[in-house]
Write a protein of this length. Structure first.
Length: 167
């Protein structure tokens, strides 16, 4: 194989080789003849190509298995991604609802605060009026006490005079 011998070339063959060729079995003779004709080189290439093709087929089978596995994982990951998107959407809705509720609560509390401040202002005004009247009443009471005291002093004087007069 690949010795450079061909149809138009001469080769020397050992006597032992000729004896081996004559005594060889049919399979061995065929091998010698194929070597001499240059066919064995192509057969070797063919066998090598066949092995490579078989290895490639095996690789394709493995790749198909891997692709199937990746597709199943891809489906699982796709489902997880959809669930994650749904979770994000729900989370966003909850946040918006909480913000809306907080704003509504704030508005309600602000309204109550204003109403309470108005009521407080009215109560402060009423308290001031009551304190003013109370001070007026206390002043009146003081005047009356003074008058009563004066009257008692007058009564006391009159009683003394009366006592003196009786005596």
């Amino acid at each position: 194989m690949s010795t450079g011998t061909g149809i138009r070339t001469y080769s020397l063959v050992e006597q032992n080789s000729v004896a081996g060729l004559v005594e060889a079995k049919p399979e061995e003779r065929r091998q010698f003849i194929e070597d001499a004709a240059g066919i064995s080189k192509y057969k070797t290439r063919k066998e090598s190509a066949s092995r490579k093709m078989e290895a490639t087929r095996q690789n394709i089978v493995r790749l198909n298995d891997i692709i199937r596995e990746v597709k199943s994982q891809l489906n699982a990951v796709s489902r997880q991604a959809k669930k994650a998107e749904q979770y994000k959407a729900l989370k966003k809705e909850i946040k918006e609802a909480e913000l809306t509720l907080a704003l509504q609560t704030y508005a309600d509390l602000s309204g109550k605060k204003e109403a309470l401040e108005i009521a407080r202002g009215a109560l402060n005004k009423r308290e001031l009026e009551v304190k003013t009247k109370l001070q007026e009443f206390e002043a009146s009471i003081e005047e009356l006490k003074a008058e009563v005291l004066q009257s008692e002093e007058s009564v006391s004087e009159y009683q003394e005079k009366l006592y003196d007069n009786r005596n």
